[in-house]
Every structure is written in structure tokens, then in C-alpha cells.
Write a new protein. Structure first.
Length: 226
């Protein structure tokens, strides 16, 4: 059985998925499996993924359901979930494994992100993202599988704030820490119109998320306030 299950959600990610998969294969820690959960891609995402793993599945409708399914078919003791446009430093798995192995009270590990891509807005995004690591704007990415199952994974009815919802559940169970290693989040050529459209789509779940935790919850205020 592998120690770590790396779960990647995809949808038409042929431009990104190979760089992500290569960065996993190049890890210093080798006891892992790769699971790709694809959401009905019409490009070559599945074909590229199958060059790196035989565990390629098809499921929708959103990434929460994809991640939950990925964990359900995983064999690892720990879970790392990624987006297809993420590229790992080569010691991330070893770093995260060592962190949780040395402290049984840890329920989740944040991984710092560096935004890469093209254009001036990418520099702005990277500067913005640099303030989020380990905060309530962030979300844990490396989790013991038993903890993931204990909180029943991601809420598939949320799209957008599901990461925050999941993170709050994990933090309520124990100790969370920030990894020493980081990953690159490749946003390519930044498209402000597309970015705002995506944020608007995610906003559809904000009311349900707020109702669950309360509008006076301090985390909610920080996440949704100015």
C-alpha cells in the first residue's frame, strides 16, 4: 500500500496536467500513488494522465465530488489534493510526511503557493497570495485520510467556498501547520474577465456557507468582508 495518495481533479487541462504529473514523479519521496479524477474532458487530459498512472477516473459535476471520490478509491494513509495547474517542489511529499509523522496531533498541512504565469496581473496575484499562507483564506492540502473521512470530506453542494468549509472542519479537529516547501500555481496568461466571472460563479454558494457557520463567525467575516 502506498503511504500517500495524490489526487488531482481535472477538466480540459491538457496544457497543464503533464507538468503537474511530472512534478509528482520527480518527488524525493517515492511511496505514493497518483489518482486523476477527470470531469468529462473533451481534450487529451485523460490520455496524458494515463501515461503516468492507471488510476484515471471520470466523475463530475464539480471538484468537491471529484475529490471525495478520489479519496474513496485511494489506498494511502495520507491524502494530498491538487489542481491540474499546480507544480510541486520536488521535496513536498517528504516534507509533509515528516511533519505529520513527528506530531500525531496535526490534522492538516497548508502548502505555500507561488502564482506563476504571464503578465502584470500575475505579479499582483502572487503578491496577494503571499499574505494567505496558513490563514483562513487558505486551505489545508495534505491530510491524514482518517481525518478526511472523519469530516466526511468536501461538501459537494458548495462550489467556491467548499475549500474554506473543509478547512474549518479540519481546524476544529486539531492542529494545522504550514509546510516548508511550496508549489507553483500556474495561472498562465491572466484573464481578468474570466477571473471575475469565475468568482461570480463561486459567489452562488456564499449564502449557504455563511448560513452554516454564521455571519458573525470571525473566519467568515475575514473571508467575505472587504
Amino acid at each position: 500500500m502506498p503511504l500517500i495518495s495524490v489526487i488531482i481533479t481535472t477538466k480540459n487541462e491538457s496544457k497543464n496536467i503533464e507538468n503537474c504529473l511530472k512534478s509528482i514523479q520527480q518527488q524525493t519521496f517515492k511511496d505514493f500513488e497518483i489518482i486523476v479524477i477527470d470531469n468529462n474532458s473533451t481534450d487529451d487530459t485523460k490520455e496524458i494522465s494515463k501515461r503516468y498512472t492507471d488510476k484515471v477516473f471520470n466523475l463530475g459535476p464539480e471538484r468537491s465530488a471529484q475529490r471525495n471520490y478520489g479519496v474513496s478509491v485511494s489506498s494511502g494513509r495520507y491524502v494530498l489534493y491538487l489542481d491540474a495547474d499546480m507544480i510541486l517542489e520536488n521535496n513536498i511529499l517528504e516534507d509533509c510526511k515528516n511533519i505529520v509523522a513527528n506530531d500525531p496531533h496535526i490534522t492538516g498541512v497548508y502548502i505555500p503557493e507561488k502564482i506563476i504565469g504571464q503578465g502584470w496581473w500575475i505579479k499582483v496575484r502572487d503578491f496577494e497570495r503571499s499574505f494567505y499562507d496558513g490563514t483562513v483564506i487558505d486551505a489545508v492540502r495534505f491530510i491524514p485520510k482518517q481525518i478526511f473521512e472523519k469530516v466526511k470530506g468536501f461538501d459537494a453542494s458548495l462550489c467556491g467556498p467548499e475549500d474554506w468549509d473543509f478547512d474549518k472542519k479540519i481546524r476544529n479537529l486539531g492542529k494545522v501547520v504550514v509546510a516548508n516547501s511550496s508549489l507553483n500555481h500556474n495561472e498562465g496568461l491572466f484573464d481578468l474577465k474570466f477571473y471575475l466571472k469565475k468568482k461570480s460563479y463561486y459567489a452562488g454558494s456564499f449564502d449557504k456557507y455563511t448560513a452554516r457557520w454564521g455571519k458573525d463567525d470571525m473566519d467568515v467575516k475575514k473571508q467575505l468582508g472587504f
